[in-house]
Design a protein around this ligand. Structure first.
Ligand code: SDX
Length: 428
C-alpha cells in the first residue's frame, strides 16, 4: 500500500500522508491540508468519515461486529471479568493484578461518600425532573465540592480524581432514583462489591435488610461492562472536546452525560421500552410501526435499531438478548414486551428497507428489558448506561490529555451572506 494520498485541486497535486493503525485501518492525515492547498478544508457532517484522534482504548469493526477493550474481546470480558477490572483495564491499559484491583477498590471506597450539601441540591429538584438532567447537574456540582483542578501530568492527582468520581458516581446514580421515589438517600457498605453497593443503594427498603440476588448482580455486572466504552461515540467525543479546553474531569463528564441523554444515543434505551409498550398497547401491531419507521415523512424511527458504525449485529446486543432470556427465566418473569421485541427484530431483519440499510438491533434494543426486570424505572435506563460508560469516558478524557491533544475547534464552510453595508432603520 502506498504511504500517501494525492488530492488534486485546479490541476495542482497535493500529497497527504497515510497512517495505518494496529488493526490495519488507514487514515489520510489532513493536518497540513489547509496550508498545503492554500485554504481547502474537508467537510463531513456527523463525522461519518472523519477520525478525531488516534486511540488505543477500544477497537470496533462495524462490518464484522467486533468490539474489544484494550485488545480483549467484549464476549470474554462480559463472561469472565468484573466491572471494576474492566474499568481499570480501560483507564490504565492493562487488566489489574489482584493487588492492584484490591487497592483500586479500597481507594474508590474511600471516596464513596458525598458532601451532605449535595442532598440540598437534590432536594431542590422537582420529583418530575428527568434523572439524566439531575445526574448531569450533580456531576458538575461535584466540582464545587472538589475545587482543586487536576494536573493531568501528576499521576497521583489524576489517580485521585479517577477513584473519587468512581466512588461518588454510583451514590449520585442511586440517590437520583431514590429522590424520584421519595425514598431515603442511603449509602452502600464497604464489605460489599461495587455492583452489590449499587444494587443496595438503589433497592434497599428503609425497614428491612437488603438481600443480594446473584442473578441481579451478574446481570448488572454484565450490562455495565457492555456499556463501558465504545470509542468515539457522541458522548465520548463530547467528553474529549470539553476536556480539550482543559476544563476539569467532572465537568467534562457532566457534558458527556448530557450528550448521552439524547434519544439518538443513550436515551434510546428508554425510547425503546416506550416504543415496545406502545406497540403492545396497539395490539402488537409491529407492521404499523415498521411502516412508520420507513416513512420519510414520519420522524419516527425504530428505536434500538441502526448504528453509525455497526453494519452487522452489535455484538453487545447479541449478549444482552441472551442475558434477557436468562435473567427473566431466573427471576421467573414472563414479560410480553420481550416477545414484542423479538417479533419486531425478526420482522425488521427480513424487511428490505432495513436489510438494504444494514440496520440491526443495537446495544439499546434489549437492555431495557433487563433493567425493567431488575425493577429499575424506565426513566433511569439511560442513567444506568451512564454508570456503565463512566470508565470509558474517564479513559478517553485521560488519553486525550496525556497525549496533549490540541483544543477541539472544527472549521466550517461559510454559506451565508457575503459583505453588505449596514442599513439604517429607515432603509429597511
Ligand atoms: C448508541 O456511536 C456509538 O457507538 C453509540 C453507542 C455507544 O455505545 O456509545 O453504540 C450507543 O447510541 C446506539 C444507538 C442508539 N440509537 C438508536 O437506537 C436510535 C435509532 N437509530 C438511529 O437514529 C440511527 O440508526 C443512529 C442515530 C443510531 C445512526 O444514525 P446514522 O449513522 O446517522 O445513520 P442515518 O441516520 O444516516 O441512517 C441511514 C439510513 C437513513 O435512511 P436513508 O436516508 O438512507 O433512506 O438508515 C435510516 C435513515 O433514515 N435509519 C433508520 C434507522 N436508523 C437509520 N430508519 C428507521 N429506523 C432507524 N432506527
Amino acid at each position: 500500500m502506498s504511504d500517501k494520498a494525492i488530492v488534486e485541486i485546479d490541476g495542482n497535486k497535493h500529497e497527504l500522508p497515510l497512517i495505518k493503525g494496529t488493526e490495519n485501518e488507514v487514515a489520510i492525515d489532513i493536518k497540513a491540508l489547509r496550508s498545503s492547498t492554500g485554504g481547502a478544508i474537508t467537510i463531513d457532517p456527523g463525522y461519518k468519515n472523519t477520525g478525531s484522534c488516534e486511540s488505543a482504548i477500544t477497537f470496533l469493526d462495524g462490518e464484522k461486529g467486533i468490539l474489544r477493550y484494550r485488545g480483549y474481546s467484549i464476549e470474554e470480558l462480559a463472561e469472565k471479568a468484573s466491572f471494576l477490572e474492566v474499568a481499570y483495564l480501560l483507564i490504565f491499559g492493562e487488566l489489574p493484578t489482584g493487588e492492584e484491583l484490591d487497592k483500586f477498590y479500597t481507594d474508590i471506597k474511600s471516596h464513596a461518600v458525598v458532601d451532605e450539601d449535595v442532598k440540598k441540591i437534590i432536594d431542590a429538584f422537582p420529583k418530575a425532573a428527568h434523572p439524566m438532567g439531575v445526574l448531569s447537574s450533580l456531576t458538575s456540582a461535584l466540582t464545587a465540592f472538589n475545587p482543586s483542578t487536576v494536573d493531568v501530568r501528576n499521576n497521583d492527582e489524576m489517580y485521585n480524581a479517577i477513584v473519587k468520581i468512581l466512588g461518588k458516581f454510583p451514590v449520585l446514580v442511586a440517590w437520583t432514583m431514590r429522590k424520584k421515589q421519595g425514598l431515603p438517600l442511603i449509602y452502600g457498605d464497604d464489605n460489599l462489591s461495587y455492583v452489590e453497593n449499587v444494587l443496595k443503594m438503589m433497592f434497599k427498603s428503609p425497614n428491612s435488610e437488603y438481600e443480594q440476588n446473584p442473578v441481579l448482580i451478574d446481570a448488572l455486572n454484565k450490562l455495565l461492562i457492555l456499556h463501558a466504552d465504545h470509542e468515539q461515540n457522541c458522548s465520548a467525543s463530547t467528553v474529549r472536546i470539553t476536556g480539550s479546553s482543559h476544563a476539569g474531569l467532572f465537568v467534562s463528564l457532566s457534558a458527556g452525560i448530557s450528550a448521552l441523554w439524547g434519544p439518538l444515543h443513550g436515551g434510546a434505551n428508554q425510547a425503546v421500552l416506550e416504543m415496545l409498550e406502545a406497540i403492545k398497547e396497539d395490539g402488537g401491531d409491529t407492521k404499523k410501526y415498521m411502516a412508520k419507521a420507513k416513512d420519510k415523512e414520519d420522524p419516527f424511527r425504530l428505536m434500538g435499531f441502526g448504528h453509525r458504525v455497526y453494519k452487522n449485529f452489535d455484538p453487545r446486543a447479541r449478549i444482552i438478548k441472551k442475558a434477557a432470556d436468562e435473567v427473566l427465566g431466573d427471576l421467573g418473569i414472563e414479560d410480553p414486551i420481550l416477545d414484542v421485541a423479538k417479533g419486531l427484530e425478526k420482522e425488521a431483519l427480513e424487511d428490505q428497507y432495513f436489510v438494504d440499510r444494514k440496520l440491526y438491533p443495537n446495544v439499546d434494543f434489549y437492555s431495557g428489558i433487563i433493567y425493567r426486570a431488575m425493577g429499575i424505572p424506565v426513566e433511569m435506563f439511560t442513567v444506568m448506561f451512564a454508570l456503565g460508560r463512566l470508565p470509558g469516558w474517564i479513559a478517553q478524557w485521560r488519553e486525550m490529555r496525556l497525549r496533549k491533544e490540541p483544543i477541539g475547534r472544527p472549521r466550517q464552510l461559510y454559506v451565508g451572506e457575503t459583505y453588505r453595508p449596514f442599513k439604517s432603520l429607515s432603509e429597511r
